[in-house]
Design a binder for this molecule. Sequence first.
Ligand code: PRP
Ligand code: MN
Ligand code: MG
Length: 180
Amino acid sequence: HVEADLDLTKTLFTQEQIQTRLAEMARQIEADYEGRDVLLVGVLKGAVMVMADLSRELNRHVEIDWMAVSSYAGTKSSGVVRILKDLDTDLDGRHVLIVEDIIDTGLTLSWLVANLKSRGPASVEIATLLRKPEAISMPVDVKYVGFDIPNAFVVGYGLDYDEKYRNLRSIGTLAEHMYS
Ligand code: PRP
Ligand code: MN
Ligand code: MG
């Protein structure tokens, strides 16, 4: 329905499939955090759609805060991450649930988890909609995973290629002619 849909080779997950899975994850989160306050921490910019939909699936109070981080020098392989926007919230004694769109190499999140854990929270867990194969071998423990996906370039629903396609409702692989 949007022009940008034409650039997709293949739809991996429709809007409906995403919502259904997020609702399942929300039920798990509600059960696991019963009786405890939760702070959802979204990682800008990719996580905006997941945060908007996952948080609204939760039938309970949550707080929401955001961080913006950037991989150093344009490559993610170093695992050196820079904070572009830090949290407004003090994490002391808080139950933190990081909300991400995708874990690719896992380097961003393993750095972020270590960084947030150093701030004295009661707990730090991760919820991601997508996870790629490489990340499964990372030491970072991911409590909530929407879908494990093959190692393809995916866009839509927050995920970008060169800052585009974030506004697609579905998630798909990009046609090769769009980036070759
Ligand atoms: C993407 C994605 C994750 C991260 C995963 O963000 O949204 O945050 O990469 O990669 P990794 O597991 O290999 O570290 P990106 O740095 O592209 O910024 P964006 O969210 O603003 O698109
Ligand atoms: Mn991101
Ligand atoms: Mg990106």
